[in-house]
Design a binder for this molecule. Structure first.
Ligand code: HEC
Length: 220
């Protein structure tokens, strides 16, 4: 009997707790059992703050910022990269007009300045995987990062590929390598090809390539 009353009282209490205060207004902060991330100390767009001097949560773009161009192409057309490459199939694809096979040759001026740009781009985009010397020992190639398929660019199979094929690999990626066509502009991709060729030449260097007078520096 005692148990019955206890359960009865508990049930009444439960009903009152669940339904009893429905519709009542209160000034108190409601009890939040699971606050999730409803309230956060964060900035909202167009909000006010005392943190910045101008009182705005939005920051102005850094001076010289160029808008990312996509659906507003017509509006920002003048800021777009030069599109003239579209008229030159080989420059744009690595395949001569109408051909299935890749072509050979670098369709941008081969100069020291371009080679340096190619080196900078290679070091930015490729070296993390393929290594600064192209031997495939980039940081990401360490076993703990779990990317075991990275290859050396100095192997003869890749040295024998036509320039257009390397250009195509950069543009579209290959097997387990991602594409870089959207990140590196057309002409700049050719500069990377140029630099990859230089790395391959350096990687295949022999003692005979070093002038006799300097061979002592090699410490051989
Ligand atoms: C995130 C790592 C990664 C980056 C960054 C990367 N690669 Fe690769 N690359 C790979 C892997 C992995 C392969 C081997 C693909 C396969 O066959 O599975 C490869 C293969 C290649 C090949 C050989 C393709 C063939 O025909 O077998 C070339 C050439 C190459 N990369 C050039 C580049 C160049 C140039 C860049 C910089 C623009 C670059 N890669 C950036 C991972 C990367």
């Amino acid at each position: 009997m005692r148990q019955f009353f206890l359960i009865y009282a508990f049930l009444i209490l439960l009903v009152v707790v669940v339904f009893g205060l429905r519709g009542c207004k209160t000034e108190n902060t409601p009890l939040e059992v699971f606050p999730d991330m409803d309230r956060q100390n964060k900035f909202h767009e167009q909000g006010k703050t005392v943190f910045f001097e101008d009182g705005r949560m939005d920051r102005r773009p850094v001076a010289g910022t160029v808008p990312a161009v996509n659906y507003k192409q017509s509006e920002y057309g003048h800021l777009q990269p030069d599109n003239r490459f579209r008229e030159n199939t080989y420059l744009a694809t690595g395949r001569p007009e109408g051909a299935e096979a890749f072509g050979d040759g670098i369709p941008v001026e081969v100069s020291f300045a371009h080679m340096e740009e190619g080196r900078d781009l290679y070091n930015i985009y490729c070296a993390i995987c393929h290594g600064e010397s192209g031997n495939g020992n980039g940081v990401i190639a360490q076993p703990r990062y779990g990317y075991p398929t990275i290859v050396s660019l100095l192997q003869s199979r890749i040295m024998e590929q036509p320039d257009g094929e390397i250009f195509n690999t950069i543009t579209h990626g290959k097997n387990t390598m991602g594409p870089y066509g959207a990140k590196i502009r057309v002409e700049d991709r050719w500069k990377v090809v140029m630099y990859v060729r230089a790395l391959q030449r350096a990687g295949a260097g022999a003692v005979e390539d070093v002038p006799e007078a300097n061979r002592g520096d090699l410490g051989l």
